[in-house]
Design a binder for this molecule. Structure first.
Ligand SMILES: *[C@@H]1O[C@H](CO)[C@@H](O)[C@H](O)[C@H]1NC(C)=O
Ligand SMILES: *[C@@H]1O[C@H](CO)[C@@H](O)[C@H](O)[C@H]1NC(C)=O
Ligand SMILES: *[C@@H]1O[C@H](CO)[C@@H](O)[C@H](O)[C@H]1NC(C)=O
Ligand SMILES: *[C@@H]1O[C@H](CO)[C@@H](O)[C@H](O)[C@H]1NC(C)=O
Ligand SMILES: *[C@@H]1O[C@H](CO)[C@@H](O)[C@H](O)[C@H]1NC(C)=O
Length: 629
């Protein structure tokens, strides 16, 4: 049991750290999800037959189906027809590993390779791949390097233009050193030298194609143990590494099967002036752009106290850093070609260049985020991220979907100088951590899976904003806007919206009716309530928007401002004296909009309410009589 003082000692720095950040009250509010909604009926879902502790998704953009690789089976889920099929993938030879824990075929990789669907699994410690056509499988020659031996291993695999790359060891007892390999496609398979990464945890890999194909690069994102052991250095350090995709290896037999263009740089995410850093990278999402230099990298990072931050980088900047930075610890002039430079025609890299890159693999310069600081940071522990781009009448917006530790999805809109958390979606019927998440940006859908279910979440869940014009504007959801008396999808209609400010700016012509729509009923005479004199009483109104401030007025005089973190705004009256009777209204203020969300008329009760009290006295006397008898 930790002592209270220990807990306090742990919490103190966190509190100071938080307080010292430039957080305005408004900014803090905008990072709380504005409203919370459960997916309910607007999502389609499948439940797994058994609990699946490890799943891998495969989804083609625009398709209706999702493939889910699991233990000894593959689920083929058609969300259009709601038909779910199971393709069995039993291990071929359990004799390999009788009695061992993972003596199963855990499917680990599903991807297109050379125009065919490839499914790879652990196959009872004998990694194997199958081609899958319709629902029939056919064993391939691929296996070692395509799937790890056990399901909980951290790895990356990349299929690109007939080549395959991975960080998976081909042999089970190959030691603990992890390398990045080219495993298929060219005559020579390449691997990274052993000293280049220190206990890496891989996060994401991608290929960036440039105008000239010999310059195409593989970038992979990972974190590793920090070699610097001074006091304020963090234990982990996050990195981006580069490799030329057409790397021809080095000169001489030893270097011929080595990647010669490996370089790595620190990915910085934090507030530099305050030296507050988020050093642990958890997930990366890449938003490709037609102009490769404008391709964006979104990273989710955390710090010691499990606060998370999202930082954005541009590939143009990453590429320039690799092309121009000095090498850390090197004070000799750089040879030509420069370390890390891609050579035309897959020529082998000259020994001098390779030796320099190999002995000084780290850049002196660090990769800085766009605008040199996080897009936002939060006390919520985010674990996964996907980013969609949505086009509205005015401009394009990037919308982030972040998975929380406890299985929620936060929808965050990226604006020019801030991020606004507009919605928390509870996707599952049974709350559980999100294991897999895939975006279909063509169909504007998100697929999320837990160990028991998979759901399809439409990105335009506009019905959650209730059909009030004011609320539809205040939602600031680029996928939704006001159209024909409804909060409608901007993907299908020319809608009215104001994402930048959330203000209706007089466009809600039926402002007067808003009141009725918000409270879901016409103004009622029965909001009049009789309350006995000198009694206790309370009235309440629901807090639906966490970005609004709620207050109670009595006869238009403000009586109480509610704390922003409560679910309900209560007004307690301890003693109904004469001056307490009157008209009460609960007002929600958000941006430039004020709305009455609840209204009550408290009237003095006379005879009718006193009657039950008299009956009570009669009953008490009767009870007393019975007791004494
Ligand atoms: C979805 O299902 C409907 C009815 O079952 C069918 O008409 C339609 O073609 C299907 N769409 C796709 C894209 O499969
Ligand atoms: C399965 O693979 C074998 C050998 O690669 C090939 O000859 C055969 O045609 C394949 N079968 C199917 C159904 O693709
Ligand atoms: C790509 O974008 C960069 C930076 O915005 C710009 O300098 C460059 O001219 C663009 N290239 C093309 C081919 O449009
Ligand atoms: C941070 O989160 C991780 C993963 O959920 C957990 O194991 C760890 O204990 C947390 N650390 C703190 C300081 O809360
Ligand atoms: C309520 O107010 C009245 C009038 O001020 C006073 O006589 C009475 O004692 C109060 N009752 C309570 C429970 O405080």
């Amino acid at each position: 049991m930790p002592q209270l003082t220990e807990v306090l000692l742990l919490l103190l720095p966190a509190a100071f750290w938080l307080c010292s950040l430039p957080l305005l009250a408004d900014a803090r509010r905008s990072l709380k999800p504005r409203i919370v909604a459960s997916l309910g009926g607007s999502g389609k879902r499948f439940n797994f037959a058994t609990e699946e502790s490890h799943t891998v998704f495969y989804h083609e953009q625009g398709a209706e189906t999702l493939l889910v690789g699991a233990e000894e089976k593959l689920y083929h889920l058609d969300f259009n027809s709601s038909a779910g099929l199971v393709v069995e993938f039993k291990a071929e030879n359990y004799g390999n590993c009788k009695g061992q824990v993972n003596c199963k075929n855990h499917l680990m990789v599903i991807d297109k390779f050379n125009e065919k669907l490839l499914v790879c699994g652990t196959n009872a410690y004998q990694p194997t791949c199958w081609h899958l056509t319709q629902q029939t499988k056919n064993k391939t020659q691929y296996g070692p390097g395509f799937s790890p031996f056990v399901p909980d291993q951290n790895f990356l695999i990349l299929f690109s233009g007939g080549e395959a790359f991975s960080t998976i060891n081909k042999f089970r007892n190959n030691g603990k050193i992890l390398r990045f390999h080219r495993i298929s496609g060219k005559d020579t398979n390449l691997y990274t030298n052993d000293h280049l990464m220190e206990k890496p945890q891989f996060v994401k890999v991608t290929v960036i194609e440039q105008e000239e194909s010999y310059k195409n690069k593989i970038y992979y994102f990972f974190r590793e143990e920090n070699q610097q052991k001074n006091l304020d250095a963090d234990f982990t350090i996050s990195r981006v590494a580069q490799l030329c995709k057409e790397d021809g290896g080095g000169e001489g037999s030893f270097a011929a099967s080595m990647w010669t263009t490996f370089l790595k740089a620190r990915l910085v995410c934090g507030y530099l002036s305050q030296k507050k850093f988020f050093n642990k990278l958890h997930d990366v999402f890449i938003v490709k752009s037609e102009n490769w230099t404008e391709t964006r990298v979104y990273g989710v990072f955390s710090n010691h106290w499990n606060f998370t931050a999202v930082c954005m980088y541009s590939i143009g900047n990453i590429e320039r850093t690799f092309r121009t930075s000095p090498l850390k610890g090197n004070n000799k002039p750089l040879p030509s070609p420069r370390p890390g430079e891609c050579l035309i025609g897959g020529q082998p890299t000259p020994t001098e260049t390779f030796n320099m890159a190999d002995s000084h693999p780290e850049l002196e310069n660090e990769v800085m985020p766009i605008r040199n600081e996080p897009l936002f940071h939060s006390h919520i522990h985010y674990t996964k991220i996907v980013v969609d781009q949505v086009t509205t009448t005015n401009r394009d917006y990037n919308v982030l979907f972040l998975a929380t530790e406890n299985g929620m999805i936060h929808k965050v809109v990226e604006l020019d100088h801030e991020a606004v958390n507009i919605l928390e979606i509870q996707p599952f019927q049974t709350q559980a951590p999100i294991q897999s998440m895939t975006l279909d940006s063509n169909m504007k859908r998100l697929y999320v899976g837990s160990s028991t279910e998979v759901v399809q979440v439409p990105l335009d869940m506009c019905e959650v904003y209730k059909d009030s014009c004011e609320n539809c504007f205040l939602a600031r959801d680029p996928y939704c806007g006001w159209h024909k008396q409804k909060c409608s999808s901007s993907l299908h209609y020319a809608v009215l919206q104001n994402i930048a400010h959330g203000s209706p700016e007089g466009k809600c012509d039926e402002v007067r009716r808003t009141l009725q729509l918000v409270s879901g009923r016409p103004p009622r005479d029965d909001s009049a309530i009789s309350v006995p004199p000198f009694s206790r009483y309370f009235i309440s109104c629901p807090v639906t928007s966490h970005h609004a401030t709620y207050s109670w007025t009595q006869d238009d005089v403000t009586k109480l401002s509610c704390p922003s973190n409560e679910k309900t705004c209560f007004y307690h009256i301890n003693n109904m004296t004469d001056e307490q009777y009157g008209k009460y209204a609960c007002i929600a203020r958000e941006g430039e909009v004020s709305q009455v969300v609840a209204e009550y008329m408290l009237l003095k009760a006379h005879g009718s309410v006193m009657l039950p009290y008299r009956w009570l006295v009669v009953l008490q006397i009767a009870a007393l009589y019975l007791l004494l008898k």
